[in-house]
Design a protein around this ligand. Sequence first.
Ligand code: THU
Length: 127
Amino acid sequence: MRVAAHAPYSRFRVGAAVLDAEGRLHSGCNVESASFGLTLCAERNALSTRVADLGRGGGAGLEDPVVVVAIRTDAETPTAPCGACRQWLAEFAPRAVVVAEAADGSTATWAVDELLPNAFRGDQLGG
Ligand code: THU
């Protein structure tokens, strides 16, 4: 999915794949905007693709756990997800193992709790 990246500004191409407990794979790439701050990262793209792929509406199916989130770049070392993606991971893939792979095939692995301890989640909204 990295090859699909739209990264004309940074030239930093990222691919992400989300594997759920049913064995379904949902993928995404980074999509940059000319208004740089509106850029969408590969991880959030893949997680939102999963919502669309489930096609059930109302969040049905999202309770099935995401097992693995894989990230691939052309960098020399594995790159951890950015802060915004960590928030999405905490909400949409809280029990996943996150595996990042660099160009040479080296990997780094984290639990989502490790990437974003004490995350804010929707169940704290109350009201
Ligand atoms: N990027 C991702 O896709 N995921 C991350 O977790 C970090 C950064 C993208 C955004 C931008 O297109 C490029 O990498 C450089 O920041």
